[in-house]
Design a protein around this ligand. Structure first.
Ligand SMILES: *[C@@H]1O[C@H](CO)[C@@H](O)[C@H](O)[C@H]1NC(C)=O
Ligand SMILES: *[C@@H]1O[C@H](CO)[C@@H](O)[C@H](O)[C@H]1NC(C)=O
Ligand SMILES: *[C@@H]1O[C@H](CO)[C@@H](O)[C@H](O)[C@H]1NC(C)=O
Ligand SMILES: *[C@@H]1O[C@H](CO)[C@@H](O)[C@H](O)[C@H]1NC(C)=O
Ligand SMILES: *[C@@H]1O[C@H](CO)[C@@H](O)[C@H](O)[C@H]1NC(C)=O
Ligand SMILES: *[C@@H]1O[C@H](CO)[C@@H](O)[C@H](O)[C@H]1NC(C)=O
Ligand SMILES: *[C@@H]1O[C@H](CO)[C@@H](O)[C@H](O)[C@H]1NC(C)=O
Ligand SMILES: *[C@@H]1O[C@H](CO)[C@@H](O)[C@H](O)[C@H]1NC(C)=O
Ligand SMILES: *[C@@H]1O[C@H](CO)[C@@H](O)[C@H](O)[C@H]1NC(C)=O
Ligand SMILES: *[C@@H]1O[C@H](CO)[C@@H](O)[C@H](O)[C@H]1NC(C)=O
Ligand SMILES: *[C@@H]1O[C@H](CO)[C@@H](O)[C@H](O)[C@H]1NC(C)=O
Length: 863
């Protein structure tokens, strides 16, 4: 031991001695001995660059100190160890902000490598054009990477002209939206560019018809993925044919149309061709099979027609193949079974057909991931031993069942197993659960698996088991589980076996969905074991009793949904310290007492409908300034609407979106509609209570509201003209109240309005004419004895004069204007709004987490 430790200090000491002597010598004799100490000019240029960063963020580049003379030891700086001149500046991912002062970097004459990627720079100081002749030194920079500075918007690329030695240019994820001549700017460089990456730059024009650009002579890598190109594949990419050096082309995630041109065959060095996620709509050419150097071929998520050519089986170098399109027909060719180098195979198409057999996989001994999404059945011998050991299998929307195939059990190193919507109903109990126990990501959604899980312990990190026939008591879960969706099954019994079962260590559960089952009994007071939960869905069961006090321990909770159970008592939890909480739905229960307000200010959605809450609407609700949805309907609330309601800026002020999109059902427009992202909605529903008094004008200041429902109360007074300010309104229900006066003409300026119910009030006068107000059914106006005009019977002179003349007078000026607004726009947009909400016929309950679920597939498809 002693010998060991005593040696280390000696080494250290030597090093220390060495470095101090070097340092001193350098200081005294200034690079005479060929040891790096930086050039004074380079140093001051770097300090100038630092200023641009420092002005926006303090303490960045702190090692770049004025006191440290040797700039070669500064973070990210490398010098030539003979000349002491700065050659490399690599500051990627240093959280830098502010300005990239290019002019200062240009003064570093020997700089060849500049990497400022993955930072937060917002501006790039261009060169001062009028200074150009005094300062026409050209840069030696060969490698320039400014990518992933997401907030950097560049209006032009003129400054690139100085980079006369450039070999590699990466401006990915920089906004070049206004740079309409990007291709020409790069061509003007007249350099031997080897790599060009402009991925995700908001580019719109790929200049498909330009035949000639010179930079493609040398180019080896071209990445133009994730832009907005919507033409055919560009001619300039293929024009030099055999002379071209290009080996890597990525045009995926655009909107490219048409076909793959045969001139592609002349790109003999091509190894990677990524065209996935476009709209290519001709057939997949047969001649592709002649491109024997191809290693990565990405054709997924296009609109290809015809069949998958069997010539693809000739691409013997292929490592990665993805093909999918809903217009592809026919079988999957058996020739793919010859691709012995293949590691990843992705095939998808809802119109493909046929049977996959062992021949399809005969030589795929290198295969690691298999992704298949097509209505294809499997004909494998139950004793088949595949030639591969996969780490990922995704077979979705296939005809895999009814029995879980035995060949999958031969795969000993699986990390992902997804078989959603694949008609599997039968699993071999213990064998299956033992097999999946070490699989990280398991998706069994939307099959009809029926098994009693009360003795099973789940162990995967991500578990999607929704929409099956799993029954019995809830399974046990290990401390590894992060995400668990057991919704839409037939689990029964109480929750306590799962939740009061103490685990060896702190559990990881973040997301739990046990909604839409047959669970009964009380919610157990065992939540102290589950403090890490962020998402908890227990709705649509038959839970009873009060909500246990330990539920306020959920310090990380974001979404809590308990609706449609039979819970009762006061909802007395104090959730005000749960600062992340945004969404609570305790509707359709039997909660009583006053409206709960012990919630954090950040609340966005509060749904308390269909309970027994009584008393007034508490003014504390006005403190929830972020609130975008409030539903207190179908309770026993009385009194009037507090005037402070306009303090809810979420409904009145600037628009913002929420970030947990998941399917969400909302009662609006007279029916239940499913929405995809609650963050986009703004609703206030106070219907079916005993509220009274005039509707305060402040309600009509909530101008972001899309749905306002005050029906079935005792409101009195008139509908104010201000209603015309609620320009976002799509659904308005004031029916079954005691409202008087006319329908303000301003109502017709609500051009998004697609649902209106004013029935059963004391409204009078003529329904404003010539607007979309006529397109609503007459039943939405009936029960107002003094109301007339289309769609109700036409006004006789008497009732018209008697009722509406006040309002008509007031609104005369805006009438013509509203006529124009009301027509056209109102109709079109109204129609859109009806069709707009997404009715996801989903196998997936929570779309936010769908990304987790699709990570694997996306990885597979990303090529
Ligand atoms: C930094 O800010 C100061 C004063 O705000 C200004 O004079 C200076 O020019 C700025 N420097 C850079 C590099 O932006
Ligand atoms: C300069 O640095 C390079 C790379 O670190 C090294 O290979 C080379 O030997 C060094 N030259 C001298 C003279 O120290
Ligand atoms: C341009 O290069 C010349 C010669 O290398 C040098 O003297 C001059 O200072 C440089 N100009 C600038 C602005 O860097
Ligand atoms: C460019 O340089 C000229 C001359 O030095 C100066 O007058 C002008 O203000 C500069 N422009 C900018 C935008 O810095
Ligand atoms: C930018 O492109 C270069 C050249 O292809 C590559 O080496 C580099 O990793 C890219 N930068 C980032 C941040 O991806
Ligand atoms: C593009 O130009 C338009 C009009 O000049 C401007 O409004 C917009 O902000 C610019 N966009 C970017 C990303 O610079
Ligand atoms: C072709 O690309 C390779 C890199 O893949 C590069 O080393 C070579 O210099 C390029 N050839 C030409 C002629 O530019
Ligand atoms: C799961 O992993 C553990 C630990 O790596 C190992 O001991 C066990 O045998 C594995 N179980 C199965 C069924 O593969
Ligand atoms: C669960 O395990 C218990 C005890 O081992 C056994 O009595 C019971 O039948 C099992 N239940 C199921 C559904 O397998
Ligand atoms: C909320 O936090 C405050 C301050 O940390 C604390 O005093 C208070 O007791 C907490 N309330 C609840 C209900 O936990
Ligand atoms: C509503 O906002 C006004 C002005 O900001 C403020 O004076 C008032 O106290 C607020 N009311 C409530 C109940 O928060």
């Amino acid at each position: 031991m002693l010998g060991f430790t005593s040696q280390i200090p000696i080494v250290w000491l030597l090093l220390l001695l060495l470095s101090t002597t070097i340092f001193e010598r350098c200081n005294s004799s200034n690079t005479q001995l060929g040891i790096s100490n930086c050039n004074e000019k380079d140093r001051s240029a770097l300090l100038l660059f630092k200023l641009g960063v420092e002005n926006h963020s303090s303490n960045k580049l702190s090692s770049w100190s004025i006191n440290e003379k040797n700039c070669c030891s500064w973070k990210g700086v490398q010098c030539d160890n003979i000349t002491g001149r700065v050659t490399t500046l690599d500051l990627h991912q240093q959280y830098l902000e502010g300005e990239i002062n290019l002019q200062s970097l240009f003064q570093i004459e020997f700089l060849t490598y500049l990497d400022l990627s993955l930072n937060g720079f917002t501006t790039l100081s261009s060169f001062n054009q009028s200074n150009d002749h005094n300062n026409n030194n050209l840069s030696n920079i060969q490698y320039l990477d400014l990518s992933f500075n997401d907030d950097l918007h560049l209006d032009n690329l003129h400054w690139l002209s100085k980079f006369s030695s450039l070999k590699s240019l990466n401006l990915s994820q920089i906004n070049l939206q206004n740079q309409t001549n990007w291709l020409q700017s790069i061509d003007m460089l007249h350099v031997s560019l080897l790599e060009l990456r402009l991925s995700s730059c908001h580019l719109t024009d790929i200049f498909a018809s330009v035949k000639h650009v010179s930079f493609t002579n040398s180019l080896a890598t071209l990445d133009l993925s994730a832009n907005h190109f919507d033409s055919e594949l560009p001619a300039w990419l293929f024009e030099h044919g055999n002379d071209m050096n290009i080996s890597h082309i990525d045009l995926s995630f655009n909107f490219l149309k048409g076909q793959i041109p045969k001139s592609l065959l002349s790109l003999r060095k091509l190894e990677t061709l990524r065209l996935s996620n476009n709209e290519l709509n001709e057939s997949i050419p047969d001649w592709l099979g002649q491109h024997e150097n191809l290693k990565y071929l990405g054709l997924a998520e296009n609109m290809f027609r015809g069949s998958i050519p069997s010539s693809l089986g000739k691409l013997s170098s292929l490592v990665d193949l993805s093909v999918s399109s809903d217009f592809l027909t026919g079988n999957i060719p058996t020739s793919i079974g010859k691709l012995f180098n293949l590691k990843s195979l992705v095939i998808g198409g809802s119109s493909l057909s046929g049977v996959l057999s062992e021949i399809h996989f005969s030589n795929l001994s290198s295969l690691e991931t298999l992704v298949l999404s097509a209505p294809i059945s499997f004909d494998m011998d139950s004793k088949w031993i595949p030639p591969f050991q996969l780490n990922g299998i995704s077979l979705s929307n296939t005809i895999l069942g009814p029995k879980f195939p035995t060949w999958i059990y031969t795969q000993r190193s699986l990390e992902y197993l997804e078989i959603p919507n694949s008609r599997v109903s039968s699993i071999d109990g213990d064998i299956f659960w033992r097999f999946v126990t070490n699989i990280t990501h398991l998706n069994l959604s939307n099959n009809s698996m029926s098994a009693d899980l009360s003795n099973v312990t789940l162990n995967s990190e991500l578990l999607f088991m929704d929409h099956n026939n799993f029954r019995g008591g809830l399974p046990h879960i290990s401390a590894n589980v992060i995400y668990l969706d057991l919704s839409h099954n037939s689990f029964f019994g109480t929750i306590s076996p799962m939740f009061c079962h103490r685990l060896g260590r702190e559990n990881s559960l973040d997301y739990l969905d046990i909604s839409f089952n047959l669970l009964t009994g009380e919610i157990p007071d065992c939540w102290e074991y589950w403090k890490g939960l962020s998402f908890l869905f227990m709705e649509s069961n038959m839970l009873t009793g009060e909500v246990p006090p330990s539920m306020d321990l959920f310090i990380d909770l974001i979404i809590l949904d308990l609706h449609n159970n039979s819970l009762s008592g006061n909802f007395s939890l104090d959730l005000s310290n749960i600062t992340n909480l945004q969404f609570i739905n305790i509707g359709e229960n039997n909660f009583s007492g006053t409206v709960p307000v012990k919630m954090p200010r950040s609340m966005e959605v509060m749904i308390l409908r269909s309970n027994q809450f009584e008393g007034n609407i508490p003014p504390q609700l006005c403190n929830f300034s972020s609130l975008i949805q409030l539903d207190l309907s179908h309770n026993k609330l009385s009194g009037s609407i507090p005037k402070c309601i306009s303090n809810i800026t979420g409904m009145g002020g600037a628009k913002k979106t929420s970030h947990y999109p998941f399917e969400f059902k909302l009662y609006t427009k007279g029916r239940d509609l499913e929405y995809y992202d609650y963050g986009l909605l703004r609703t206030l529903d106070l219907s079916a209570n005993n509220l009274s008094g005039e509707i305060p004008s402040q309600v009509f200041n909530l101008v972001q509201l899309k749905s306002l429902n005050l029906s079935r109360n005792h409101f009195t007074g008139k509908i104010p003209r201000d209603i015309g300010d609620m320009k976002n309104l799509e659904s308005l229900d004031l029916s079954d109240n005691k409202l008087v006066g006319g329908i303000p003409v301003t109502t017709s300026t609500l051009s998004f309005l697609s649902f209106l119910n004013l029935s059963n009030n004391y409204l009078v006068g003529q329904i404003p004419v010539g607007t979309q107000l006529q397109s609503f059914d007459a039943s939405y106006y009936v029960g107002n004895p003094g109301l007339c005009g289309a769609p109700l019977p036409i006004c006789d002179h008497g009732s018209y004069l008697h009722g509406g003349h006040n309002d008509i007078d007031n609104d005369e000026n805006s009438f013509t204007q509203s006529l124009y607004f009301g027509l056209g726009v109102g109709f079109a947009v109204g129609f859109w709004c009806i069709c707009g909400p997404l009715f996801l016929n989903s196998a997936w309950r929570h779309t936010y987490f769908r990304f987790l679920n699709n990570v694997f597939v996306v990885v597979g498809f990303s090529n």
